[in-house]
Write a protein that binds this ligand. Structure first.
Ligand code: AVJ
Length: 323
């Protein structure tokens, strides 16, 4: 990937806006219609996701943070000191900042799709950790990515890839495998992957987490239609779509859909598409793993020597793996 270097921010030039718009439009015109979850996170979507994380039904965030708080030392003991911390999908960077001290991190690299967020995250991190060299990379790491030139700026600082929040759950196992391999291609001897993964549990608990009583997740789901309207000049009316979330046990995933409540036409830029009553747009898959299945996926991606931590209910898993 060719990169353009600005102070503290590197923008992956391959990642042009046009390709993103084409992906969004093609997904909405295909049958069944789909929207990739990365489009959820405009400013309003990020705020709604923050609200989801505070819901009593949404256990993943607080369970993961609890594991980090309780197991900080043993986890940090598996990570090399003086490394470069690559925060994949860093968002506000809060989860990563809690590690910079305990893991004795030398360099912080925030990676995100959203440049605006990244600037704020870097400013906050730099202010709190003046001794840590902070850098941002704007890229879409759901496509193959190459951070080698950035990492090579600091060749003696082993990379630690941090991918928390069960974001890996948004990928099909096949795509998750490609991403894990892509990460592994950046690791050698001392490098590590630290990843948080939501685990299989009783269906009622998982379904409630994605269909909360206040309708916050429904609002988060429908908000993606406003994103589509803005990016594609479309005329979706969010209230004409119902939020659906259910656990597909065969695939071991939560599926989120938006279902048209009545048949109607939608304009999508220069196109027009009919949605029949009940027809759905797939907006998100959130895969749930057993620890064994996730370790098997890591092994298939070429990782070895894995360590694993969980909470007392076994609801969420934190894994450290070596190349
Ligand atoms: C951010 C992908 C981890 O799958 O749980 C929350 C997003 N979607 N509620 C998840 C989400 C609906 C979330 N991840």
């Amino acid at each position: 990937a060719e990169t353009i270097r600005a102070p503290r921010l590197i923008i992956d030039a391959v990642d042009d806006h046009g390709a993103q718009l084409a992906e969004l439009r093609d997904g909405l015109l295909s049958r069944p219609a789909r929207i990739a979850p990365k489009f959820f996170y405009d400013e309003q979507g990020c705020a709604l996701y923050g609200a989801i994380c505070a819901l009593s039904e949404y256990y993943p965030t607080r369970t993961e943070i609890q594991i980090y708080e309780r197991c900080r030392r043993p986890i940090a003991a598996q990570l090399p000191p003086d490394g470069q911390w690559i925060d994949l999908g860093c968002g506000d960077g809060a989860k990563a900042r809690d590690w910079l001290g305990p893991a004795r991190v030398r360099r912080y690299i925030g990676v995100d799709f959203a440049a605006d967020w990244l600037k704020t995250t870097l400013a906050v991190t730099e202010q709190q950790f003046p001794g840590v060299d902070c850098l941002g990379v704007v890229t879409d790491f759901t496509r193959p990515f190459h951070l080698h030139p950035v990492l090579n700026d600091c060749p003696d600082a082993p990379p630690i890839f941090f991918y928390p929040g069960s974001s890996i759950g948004n990928f099909t196992p096949e795509d998750a495998l490609s991403l894990l391999r892509s990460i592994r291609s950046h690791l050698d001897g001392d490098g590590r992957l630290l990843i948080g993964v939501d685990l299989v549990k009783d269906t009622a608990t998982v379904e409630a987490a994605y269909d909360d009583a206040l309708g916050v997740t429904a609002a988060f789901n429908r908000n993606v239609l406003r994103v589509a309207n803005r990016l594609l000049d479309a005329d979706f009316e969010p209230h004409r779509f119902d939020h659906r979330a259910f656990f597909n046990a065969t695939e071991s995933r939560i599926e989120m859909h938006l279902a048209a409540s009545q048949g109607h036409d939608v304009r999508i830029g220069e196109h027009r598409r009919r949605f029949e009553a009940g027809e759905t747009i797939v907006t998100e898959y959130s895969y749930k793993y057993t620890p064994e299945r996730f370790c098997a996926l890591l092994a298939e991606a070429g990782y070895g020597n894995m360590h694993y931590w969980t909470d007392e209910r076994g609801w969420f898993g934190v894994f450290v793996a070596e190349a």
